[in-house]
Design a protein around this ligand. Structure first.
Ligand code: NAD
Length: 486
């Protein structure tokens, strides 16, 4: 752990083994913190913020430091990517892509740090000036999940630092390695001590104090909906600001007039990339009835050919799931789907063969004959599972797509661009892709409608989320108002 500029063990000295999901080998041993460790880290961040050393550093200078972190990440890209693949099982090609995106995020927010000078607004009161400025919020608690460990951390760390905050980061206890490594780069980039602190350990023990503490001004959380609700409840006790990036059950709408090859290929990618362990995975496929049979036949054929294996093997297209527990959760949904009456068209089990014996592998799975009321259609499975439904009209597609508690992302495939744009406008989601799936980048905001959460990351708004807005009014001709005669 990294607290107040020093590498430190947990106060009580506990450790946790970090497991490679490909073969269950122990790849590292991490400190396992407790509440006391988090409290120490919060204290360090509070003192650092109140000292003003970082928040009063000219924004352009802060930006340079954040940029330098991006440069160091590029320099260490290969090592970071290898660490991410060891820790998550994802393919090395994907991890390399993540590292490029992460460096982009630091460089984007580094560049943005000194671009918003606030605004002078026309005051309705004579002889006065009125200006609106943005200031850092203060101490930020940041909690991240295991599916994109460093990427999700970067979306929080870069804007918080660029805006002049101090922070306590808590990565997922099962995938902390790249986050730890990046804190070493913070040191090299010259971040003052106490500005960025890192605590490791389980959510209820190390994460919970962040939303409970009066010394933390904002908690930004990415993870599951139930954890999000817990954080919201405890943050309400002290009216803490929170931002929640939660799950999704993201519709992928394919019209009959879509380019067939593109739509099939993208449907595979939408749902099975990183074993479907993606918050924006296109796990809910809605296909226009007239092409359903041909589309689904092709999808099944290709899904059964996806090459699972070691993320370090160049021919591997998808790695294992993250853990034994998580695979069991995904497996549980196979029984649910079958019992609900959906047709298990392909997959639904662990792959056979020596290579898969020790890893948490699960076959790409497609359920057909699904209906909107099924749990497998409504709940986030977070694994390689597609549910297929059909529709006959544009209106039906929109209604079905919006019919979940989530609102993170969705896509529409059609060569009728006017129709696709109309559907995109009607979807109640934070991101909609037309004739594509998955693109995200530092410049575009990311976040959810409905129970997928609130607050936005990335884009200009991603920096604003880490600021407070202040109105400063100045009377240029001060004089008594004489409201009271006494
Ligand atoms: P999770 O909610 O189990 O854990 C996320 C983090 O919260 C972990 O660091 C965990 O230790 C911590 N935590 C657990 N209990 C806590 C508590 N009581 N107080 C504070 N922190 C606590 O989620 P996960 O299984 O790690 O991640 C998968 C989920 O993340 C999926 O639902 C996925 O959709 C979501 N996700 C969302 C986005 C997005 O951008 N919206 C991105 C990635 C993942």
């Amino acid at each position: 752990m990294y607290i107040n500029g020093e590498w430190t063990d947990a106060v009580h000295g506990s450790k946790r083994d970090i497991i490679n999901p490909y073969n269950q080998e122990v790849i590292a041993t991490a400190s396992e913190g407790t509440r006391e460790d988090t409290e120490r880290a919060i204290k360090a961040a509070r003192v650092a913020f109140d000292s003003g050393e970082w928040s009063n550093t000219p924004a352009g200078e802060r930006g340079k430091t954040v940029n330098e972190i991006g440069r160091l990440i590029r320099e260490d890209k290969e090592e970071l990517a290898r660490l991410e693949t060891l820790d998550t099982g994802k393919t090395i090609e994907e991890s390399r892509g993540d590292m490029d995106d992460i460096a982009d995020v630091f460089e984007y927010f580094g560049g943005l740090a000194d671009k918003d000078g606030g605004e002078v607004i026309p005051s309705p009161i004579p002889d006065s000036t009125s200006k609106v400025v943005r200031e850092p919020i203060g101490v930020c608690g940041q909690i991240t999940p295991w599916n994109y460990p460093l990427l999700q951390a970067a979306w929080k760390l870069a804007p918080a630092l660029a805006a002049g905050n101090t922070l306590v980061m808590k990565p997922s206890e099962i995938t902390p390695l790249t986050t730890v490594r990046v804190f070493e780069l913070f040191e090299r980039a010259g971040l003052p001590k106490g500005v960025a602190n890192l605590v490791l350990g389980a959510g209820a023990e190390v994460g919970a104090p962040l939303s409970e503490s009066l010394d933390v001004d904002l908690v930004s959380f990415t993870g599951g909906i139930e954890t999000g609700k817990t954080i919201m409840r405890s943050a309400s006790d002290n009216v803490k600001k929170i931002a929640l990036e939660l799950g999704g059950k993201n519709p992928n709408i394919v019209f009959a007039d879509a380019d067939f090859e593109t739509a099939v290929d993208q449907a595979l990618n939408a749902a099975f990339f990183h074993g479907g362990q993606v918050c924006s995975a296109g796990s809910r496929l809605l296909v226009e009835e007239s092409i359903h049979d041909t589309f689904v036949d092709e999808l099944i054929k290709r899904a059964s050919r996806i090459k699972l294996g070691n993320g370090f093997d160049d021919t591997t297209e998808s790695g294992p799931l993250i853990s034994a527990d998580h695979r069991e959760k995904v497996e549980g949904y196979i029984d649910v789907g079958v019992n609900e009456g959906a047709t298990l068209a392909v997959g639904g089990k662990r792959p056979e063969g020596k290579e898969f014996e020790n890893g948490f592998f699960f076959e790409p799975t497609i359920f057909t004959n699904c209906t909107a009321d099924m749990r497998i259609v409504q709940e986030e499975i977070f694994g390689p599972v597609i549910t297929v439904e059909t529709f006959t009209t544009k209106e039906e597609a929109i209604e079905r797509a919006n019919d979940t508690i989530y609102g993170l992302a969705g896509a529409v495939f059609s060569n009728d661009i006017a129709k696709a744009e109309e559907v995109a406008e009607q979807l109640r989601m934070g991101t909609v892709w037309i004739n594509d799936f998955h693109p995200y980048f530092a410049q575009a905001p990311w976040g959810g409608y409905k129970q997928s959460g609130f607050g936005r990351e990335l884009g200009k708004i991603g920096l604003e989320e880490y600021t407070e807005v202040k109105h400063i009014f100045r009377n240029q001709k001060p004089a008594p108002v004489k409201w009271f005669n006494s």
